[in-house]
Design a protein around this ligand. Structure first.
Ligand SMILES: NC(=O)c1ccc[n+]([C@@H]2O[C@H](COP(=O)([O-])OP(=O)(O)OC[C@H]3O[C@@H](n4cnc5c(N)ncnc54)[C@H](OP(=O)(O)O)[C@@H]3O)[C@@H](O)[C@H]2O)c1
Length: 301
């Protein structure tokens, strides 16, 4: 199959690309800078900010994986918050308008979203039909998903994957948590009781690949999280043990995080225990079922 990935150059996109190529699919990236595509990957240019796209990208595609969006882990100024939103909403709308205009019958449209869709709770386990929250991250996810859902009107199988915390040793939340730990300066965040629905980079990429290849992934939304959730303090402890580093410091209080990170502290303090039952019903097999095995693979293999 020929698969076009918007934002394919990012953490998830690179792993998805690797897996698709190993299964003999053809892959193209839709990028603001298509010259950076690696060997074996076609590059098409777009600029969602200017609503510009190389329409040949759509003609190429049998399926689209939609990942593009400004990184949420940068200072949340009013200007950047708008970029976080617009890059996702405008990008998805541009894809929709172009697919409709070209009359392209896609096999599937698989779009990223995030567990940030759900409200915070230290008690509840969230499943796909639960109502959304009302903070910034939830509003982004709702608007992004709304745009993605418009593909359903074209009778295209449309999957939205609400992704948890993707575990990777070099990029994203895990790398941020591991950095101070390596210097003996790690500590749980807030009261450490917040639930962190993690998933190994390889498993989340495999879920995207399955969603494209496997029609058991019917149109709808799926939680892209691993089989276990951990509280922040447990995750920090298991990470310290894997890295063979002591955990000496007391938890970083919420108010300190708020002073350090401002509104963005919401990312570190979010608590969304999330169910993967719907994914399991598709027959999807995880490679990394426990946090210990995931961290061992990422840091010790
Ligand atoms: N990683 C996680 O833990 C996680 C969790 C939940 C949800 N997600 C979501 O899943 C998607 C993929 O995640 P990721 O970790 O691979 O993200 P990433 O590494 O930040 O990559 C996202 C890609 O989006 C493109 N992009 C960046 N800024 C953009 C902008 N202003 N306008 C248009 N495109 C832009 C970039 O591609 P080009 O430079 O090639 O254009 C970039 O490589 C993201 O939307 C993210 O929010 C990720």
């Amino acid at each position: 199959m020929r698969i076009l990935i918007s934002g394919g150059s990012g953490l998830l996109g690179r792993e998805i690309t690797k897996q698709l190529l190993s299964k003999k699919h053809e892959v193209a990236w839709l990028s603001r800078n298509p010259n950076k595509c690696p060997k074996g990957v076609l590059g098409f240019s777009w600029d969602p900010d200017q609503m510009q796209i190389d329409k040949a990208a759509i003609d190429f595609a049998d399926a689209i994986i939609n990942l593009a969006g400004a990184n949420i882990a940068k200072s949340w100024t009013p200007h950047y918050k708008n970029e976080i939103l617009r890059s996702r909403v405008d990008g998805t709308r541009l894809l929709f308008n172009t697919v409709r205009e070209r009359g392209k019958a896609l096999n599937s449209f698989v779009s990223a979203s995030a567990v940030g869709y759900y409200p915070n709770s230290e008690e509840k386990t969230f499943s796909e039909e639960d109502a959304p929250g009302n903070d910034f991250l939830s509003l982004i996810c709702q608007k992004w998903e709304q745009e993605a859902q418009s593909f359903e009107s074209l009778n295209i199988r449309t999957i939205r994957l609400r992704i948890g915390i993707v575990l990777d040793p070099k990029e994203g939340a895990l790398a941020q948590m591991a950095a101070p730990l390596k210097f003996g300066l790690g500590a749980p965040l807030g009261n450490g009781g917040q639930w962190m629905p993690w998933i190994h980079r390889v498993d989340v990429a495999a879920l995207f690949v399955s969603a494209v290849e496997n029609s058991d992934f019917a149109t709808g939304v799926y939680n892209a999280v691993g089989p276990e959730n951990h509280r922040n303090k447990e995750l920090t402890k298991i990470l310290a043990k894997t890295l063979k580093r002591p955990l000496l410091l007391p938890p970083v209080p919420k108010f300190v995080l708020k002073i350090m990170l401002g509104e963005m502290s919401a990312i570190a303090l979010a608590s969304t225990k999330t169910s993967n039952e719907k994914v399991l019903r598709t027959g999807f097999q995880y490679q990394f079922k426990s946090l210990e095995s995931a961290l061992k693979d990422l840091y010790l293999a």
